[in-house]
Design a protein around this ligand. Sequence first.
Ligand SMILES: *Cc1c(COP(=O)(O)O)cnc(C)c1O
Length: 232
Amino acid sequence: MAVFDENYARIQEEIAQAALRAGRKPEDVTLLAATKTVPVETINYAVSKGLSCLGENRVQELLDKYDALDREHCDLQFIGRLQTNKVKYLIGKVSCIQSVDSVKLAQEIARLSERQGLVTGVLVQVNIGREEQKGGVDPDALLEFIDQIREFKGIRVDGLMAVPPICDDKTVLSAYFSAMAKYYVDIAAKKSDNVYMRSLSMGMSADFPLAIECGATMVRVGSSLFGARNYA
Ligand SMILES: *Cc1c(COP(=O)(O)O)cnc(C)c1O
């Protein structure tokens, strides 16, 4: 727990510094803790220390933790790949699904949300590196995709999310982040109905300061907060 305290303080400071370097306010960047493999006791401790936004990757793991989680004091989101037939387990439990990359998925989130009288926030995941094995909408299809899904009642298009290719070259990485930021700004400028662009979710442990400098409003940090993951 002492390790978490140190990590949390350091990451908040790094977020603040990166925001200031980019001429933005530290509080305009949300830290989402990526909590896959982290035990719920540790997560609740983190929440008691002020961590207020969590993201889980796997439906089953989220469900396993859900009842014990201190949900009153945190916002729970879904950040992993999602099959349409598992949407039913998430509706009403998460405020946002960050990984929407097919019309079918968006439609199912909308349908089940509407049935419960809810509106679920979604981020459109963009395959910014055009990697074959990765989820996300192709950048060339992004505008049309958003125009299709924004029609669905039961969802609200809150922003964009990306996981760029693994890469040590800061110049290459910042080109991906900046391309995302440009889409984000351009889409916001269209002011389309049901499209809000309040979250640009990009940047993880290895690269979140750079993502913030390029325009991220939300960073998803796991191992730097909780230590290396143990998948056992
Ligand atoms: C695990 C995960 C993260 C956090 O990764 P770290 O490198 O541990 O910070 C962020 N986003 C997604 C979608 C993840 O699955």
